[in-house]
Design a binder for this molecule. Structure first.
Ligand SMILES: NC(=O)c1ccc[n+]([C@@H]2O[C@H](COP(=O)([O-])OP(=O)(O)OC[C@H]3O[C@@H](n4cnc5c(N)ncnc54)[C@H](O)[C@@H]3O)[C@@H](O)[C@H]2O)c1
Length: 369
């Protein structure tokens, strides 16, 4: 097969599942190189996944055969690395968030246009069985006309401080709005289309955090918490649907919820941070029924958005985890924060097309029939 050649920049925690899927699952992609600020990190992943080359960021940018470079660095480095990738003439796929401010996001999209390159961005979890099945259930009218939705993610923020980039977890980019809300926003946009306006409140219960875990590399350090660790938002969609979103990293554990309310039923959707989970529908007679999945990819298939982009490159069709979705979703995030400061609604300037549903009955390992 004529594969699309992929390189990965950022060989930390999340790179493992990406590389597992990109090297084993999707036949259209071929990972030819990986890079990191730290050579050891790149070497470790190259050995683990039989990747032919590991090298520095500057070197990977110069490898001529690479079509798509995947940016899996920490959020604070996303914009800088993504601009380098586009400058080098490669197609870009970035982990979320695409950028931490409007200017950087717009600079990435403008450079992609000048260079005629594609931009893809996580989350791609909405391409999995869970959200794709819910999307079909809504489109087929099982709960009548959806008019409202509720999304909630309440969790801790890795306060055992064992994440190698723990101080980054306390800065903008790894806060609940940038880190977790995208799973909910991308699901909502898939279900309901463009967001018209948002209102939000965001804040913190602590200003700094002292690491008490003796096993952490940051033991005894007191670090500032520089981003809001809890936020509540109301989103109004062009379709008239209204959604509430509660995102917090100020507690502990992990408590997700995604519900959609329709004129003829209530749907409990799977956690949009996972590829599957029970789909329950309650109808007028109060009976709750579980729905079977209509779509493939129930396991953790992170990286599926890159494979989808590879098909788009080959056929000229649109890719689903695309720049417009990433930009619109980010605009909603900025809007929630701005609304929190101003006390006003914030209207979004961009519109987004709902990504095409995934095909039914896909053969294993392929995304286009
Ligand atoms: N950890 C998770 O569960 C998870 C899940 C989904 C998405 N993500 C996203 O994936 C991204 C990476 O998360 P992670 O948990 O793998 O972080 P991590 O800190 O474990 O890994 C990041 C890697 O990027 C490297 N890096 C940092 N700046 C760089 C630069 N300028 N150039 C090259 N390499 C650089 C670091 O050395 C490190 O190896 C984040 O945007 C995060 O939001 C993480």
């Amino acid at each position: 097969m004529n594969t699309v050649k992929v390189g990965v920049i950022g060989c930390g925690h999340i790179s493992r599942i990406y590389l597992e899927n990109l090297t084993n699952l999707f036949e259209i992609v071929e990972v030819v190189a990986c890079a990191d600020l730290y050579e050891d990190a790149a070497k470790r992943r190259a050995e683990e996944f039989n990747i032919p080359t590991y090298c520095s960021v500057e070197e990977i940018l110069l490898i001529p055969e690479i079509d798509i470079l995947v940016n899996l660095t920490v959020p604070q480095a996303h914009a800088e690395v993504s601009l380098k990738i586009l400058e080098a003439g490669k197609h870009l796929y970035s982990e979320k968030p695409l950028a931490l401010n409007r200017e950087d996001a717009e600079a990435i999209l403008a450079l992609a246009k000048v260079k005629n390159r594609l931009v893809g961005c996580a989350p791609d979890v909405f391409l999995g069985a869970g959200i794709q099945t819910v999307k079909k259930i809504l489109a087929d009218g099982w709960i009548g006309e959806p008019y409202a939705a509720f999304g909630q993610i309440v969790m801790g923020n890795g306060y055992d401080a064992m994440h190698p980039s723990f101080p980054s977890l306390l800065k903008p980019g790894w806060d609940p709005l940038f880190d977790m809300a995208p799973y909910y926003l991308s699901a909502f946009i898939n279900f309901f289309g463009s967001i018209n306006r948002v209102a939000g409140m965001a804040g913190n219960v602590q200003e700094r955090f002292t690491v008490t875990n003796p096993k952490s590399a940051f033991f005894n350090q007191t670090l500032p918490i520089e981003a809001p660790m809890h936020a509540s938002a109301v989103l109004e969609f062009d379709s008239g649907v209204v959604a509430n979103l509660q995102a917090s990293k100020a507690s502990f554990g992990y408590l997700p919820k995604l519900e959609i309310y329709g004129t003829e039923g209530i749907l409990q959707a799977p956690d949009p941070n996972f590829f599957s989970g029970p789909i329950l529908i309650q109808k007028e007679n109060q009976e709750i029924k579980e729905f079977p999945f209509t779509h493939s990819y129930r396991e953790d298939t992170r990286g599926i958005g890159i494979a989808d982009m590879a098909y788009a490159l080959r056929s000229g069709r649109e890719h689903r985890a695309n720049d417009q979705l990433a930009h619109h979703l980010l605009e909603a995030t900025f809007g929630i924060m701005e609304s929190s400061e101003s006390g006003q609604y914030v209207s979004l300037q961009t519109k987004v097309k709902r990504p095409q549903p995934m095909p039914l009955d896909l053969k294993y390992n392929v995304l286009d029939n």
